[in-house]
Structure formats: C-alpha cells, structure tokens
Design a protein around this ligand. Structure first.
Ligand SMILES: [Zn+2]
Length: 229
C-alpha cells in the first residue's frame, strides 16, 4: 500500500473537561482540544484524518497574513476613500495626514508601538468623523429615536455591533475600507435598531437604504482582512 506523505505541522493539545476532539487553526497555529484522558494515539489519528483540511487552512491563513496591512515605508493605506503612502519616521509620536501620504512619526519604531499609535489615531478620527454620518443616516432611515449612542471599539472580529439598548458600536478600522463599504456597515448596524437579527425583513431594510449592499459584503469577504495590521 502506498502512503502519501502529508505536509508536516506542529500542533498543541489542550486538554479539558470535554467529551470530543476538535481542531482549531488560528493565526497559523494548530490547536487540538481533547478530553482530559484522551489517549495520544486517538488524538494522533484524528489529526491525521483532518490533515488535508488543516493544511488547507494553514495555506489560506498564510496568504491572508501576507496581504495584511504592514505599517512600513512605502505601503499604501486606503483612508477615507483615498490611497495614501505610509512613511515611518523616528521622532515624538505624531501622525500627519495629507492628500497622498500618511506620515507616522514614532519614538520606538516597533510593530507593536506603531500599531497602537495607529489604533489611537484612527479612534480619534472615527470619533470626529463618523457620529454625524451615523446620525444623518439614522434620521434618513427614520430611526433617530431608536439610536441611543454611538461607540467605537477595535474588536478582533467585528466591524460593528448594535445593542438592545440602541447603541451602535463601530470598529474604527472601517475608516480603512472604501466609502461605499463604510456607508453599508453603518446602515447595517442602524437596521439592527429595528431588527435585532439577520432576517429577511432586516435585509430588505438594508437594501432599501443601501441598494448595492451585496457589493459591500463581497468586498468585505474578499478584502476585509487587508485592512487589519
Ligand atoms: Zn448584523
């Protein structure tokens, strides 16, 4: 019998109070969740069975990481509907925006410090720019009475969120998506003020105010990961 050699990868086993095995692939790391006393060979054969799926996920994620936004000289960042070239220079923390450039002046010049600095800057920009846009759209949709607040937060997975209390929360990273996507994301969250689900009624409300919402959804699916840094 011929045995095919599979691409090798390391995996971490996390044991807990559970009955079944499961595999997660995140940030190019493979994690197997297993019951406390699961024998090694059971785990191993499970991983072997799933090896193709794991390998595919790892390749997908590697590609995704490659297309992530890198905060380095010469990289193009799309901000508020326009492409700008990033310049990173040493100096007291300060970000300067012009028509075609975004100059990040940073004391430490480490990846972490640069990304924190851009997070903070985008948050300030979002707070200054987006509330009036959200309020105007809410009024246009006749939902201004239901809107009780607007908040900004960079969460790991969400572009936006709407609470039962009528607070619309947006991720400041939406400023790095095209304008039609920003409009869509706001209309999406505002539509939740009326329908707290993704029902047919919800989508027809979205469509009423954002007729090409499917183009925005597609953009997010295809390019959404490229605005993360
Ligand atoms: Zn939603």
């Amino acid at each position: 019998m011929e045995q095919k050699r599979l691409e090798a990868f390391d995996y971490e086993i996390v044991r807990s109070d559970r009955k079944t095995l499961s595999i997660e692939v995140h940030h190019q790391k493979v994690k197997v969740r297993a019951p406390k006393k699961a024998p090694e060979d059971w785990i191993e054969s499970f991983v072997y069975q799933k090896a193709k799926w794991i390998a595919r996920k790892l390749v997908e994620q590697a590609k995704r990481d490659e297309s992530r936004l890198k905060l380095i000289d010469g990289q193009v960042i799309h901000y508020l509907g326009q492409d700008r070239v990033i310049s990173v220079i040493s100096g007291p923390n300060r970000i300067t925006l012009s028509n075609n450039s975004l100059i990040i002046q940073n004391k430490e010049l480490t990846d972490e410090s640069l990304s924190k600095q851009l997070d903070r800057w985008l948050l300030t920009q979002a707070k200054a720019i987006l509330p009036s846009k959200v309020e105007a759209l809410a009024e246009h949709m006749g939902l201004q009475r239901k809107l009780s607040g607007i908040r900004f937060r960079k969460t790991k997975t969400q572009w936006g969120h709407c609470t039962r209390q009528g607070v619309v929360q947006l991720n400041q990273l939406i400023l790095l998506t095209p304008m039609f996507v920003i409009d869509y994301l706001i209309i999406h969250e505002l539509s939740h003020l009326k329908h707290l689900n993704h029902s047919k009624r919800f989508w027809s409300l979205v469509q009423k105010y954002c007729p090409d919402y499917q183009r925005a959804e597609l953009w997010l699916k295809q390019h959404g990961h490229s605005v993360w840094y």
